[in-house]
Design a binder for this molecule. Structure first.
Ligand code: MUC
Ligand code: MG
Length: 369
């Protein structure tokens, strides 16, 4: 039986300012959910967003309030091993709130996988790989610093895929910044951009033409999420793949985007999809439609990152890799043992559940702060 659900907010400073078109982050707030069950098993889930309400329509505070006030009372007392029934009730009664639903579903699935003694990946259909390529986001806002950071990551053999956050400056300035970085790393790394919806279609046309010529490999969410028609025109106009991120609020959007040929690649995010199982459906739609897959992040800490890794390990193809670097952007670790990043890859945990253990004292200290 689901006995008790607790939601904790832990704010962690980032290792440097992280500059996106929608916000500049100096801290990340982890929303950690602990589900305690009558059989003594507990499960953990996580939700994060970026810059309060700058990225999406849920904030860390709204996630906590809505779980505490509306979601937890719905499912406390239900059978803990019947995760699908509990989530069906939540999805039937609660509108929206995909991030909150993701944190709850992750915690319930973590508990169930621990109960069964299997890694979460095996509950999600089974892993086909044990490690995932991991991109790093260069977002200091400064070209020279970004190049130095890229060189360091290559030297450490931690990342050889770099995603550049652009869209804040004039198109020409952003293009020059990206091309300078691509020139510096050459064939040693894949360079991609994430515009976070900042351009209109004309700006996107101009910029993508120049970025494609400059050797950029992937263009993420260049225009507004709602503007699926513009995404389709861009995808048709350029050979460089166009990736949907903010446009994907779960399986229904995935279906609409796929049937409209509105993206070449989907960034699958467990929070944005409304949970691990809806995210698996997003991936299934992509695979049926011939859309490429990329494992996205909302810059989660260790819990959400591990949960995402379990899901992405089950995708039969993952041509564009992942960006599961969230814990590496934070100055403090909330896990007892950090996730293992080596040789440009993240190892998918092998222990039961999400396969990581929380440092509860650390979380309590971060909460108090
Ligand atoms: C996004 O829009 O993809 C992922 C990596 C990063 O730096 O920001 C996020 C959100
Ligand atoms: Mg993005």
């Amino acid at each position: 039986m689901i006995q008790n659900i607790e939601v904790m907010l832990a704010s962690v400073p980032t290792i440097r300012p992280h500059k996106l078109s929608v916000a500049t982050m100096s801290t990340q707030t982890l929303v950690l959910v602990r589900v305690r069950c009558a059989d003594g098993i507990e499960g953990w889930g996580e939700a994060t967003t970026i810059g309060g309400l700058n990225y999406g329509e849920e904030s860390p505070e709204s996630i906590k309030t809505n779980i505490d006030t509306y979601i937890a009372p719905l499912i406390v007392g239900m059978e803990a091993s019947e995760v699908a029934k509990a989530m069906a009730k939540v999805r039937h009664v609660i509108q929206g709130n995909r991030f909150a639903k993701c944190a709850i579903e992750t915690a319930l699935l973590d508990a169930q996988a621990r109960r069964l003694g299997i890694p979460l990946s095996e509950l999600l259909g089974g892993r086909v790989r044990d490690e995932l390529p991991v991109a790093w986001t260069l977002a200091s806002g400064d070209t020279t610093k970004d190049i130095a950071e890229a060189e360091k990551m290559l030297d450490m053999r931690r990342h050889r895929i770099f995603k550049l956050k652009i869209g804040l400056r004039a198109v020409e300035d952003d293009v020059a910044h990206v091309i300078a970085i691509k020139k510096a790393v050459g064939d040693r790394a894949s360079v991609r951009v994430d515009v976070n919806q900042a351009w209109n279609e004309q700006e996107a046309m101009r910029a993508i033409a120049a970025l494609q010529d400059g050797g950029v490999d992937l263009i993420e969410q260049p225009v507004r999420a709602e503007n699926k028609a513009a995404m389709a025109r861009l995808a048709a106009a350029f050979a460089v793949p166009i990736m949907a991120d903010e446009a994907l609020h779960g399986p229904q959007d995935a279906y609409t985007m796929a049937t409209a040929s509105a993206a070449d690649v989907f960034a699958v995010k467990i929070t944005q999809s409304g949970g691990l199982l809806p995210a698996a459906q997003v991936a299934a739609v992509a695979q049926l439609a011939g859309v490429g897959l990329y494992g996205g992040t909302m810059l989660e800490g260790g819990v959400g990152t591990a949960a995402s890794a379990h899901l992405f390990s089950t995708f039969s193809s993952l041509a564009y890799g992942t960006e599961l670097f969230g814990p590496l952007l934070l100055t403090e670790e909330v896990l007892q043992e950090p996730l293992v990043y080596k040789n440009f890859m993240l190892q998918v945990p092998r222990k039961p559940g999400i396969g990581v253990d929380i440092d509860i004292e650390k979380v309590q200290r971060l909460q108090a702060r």
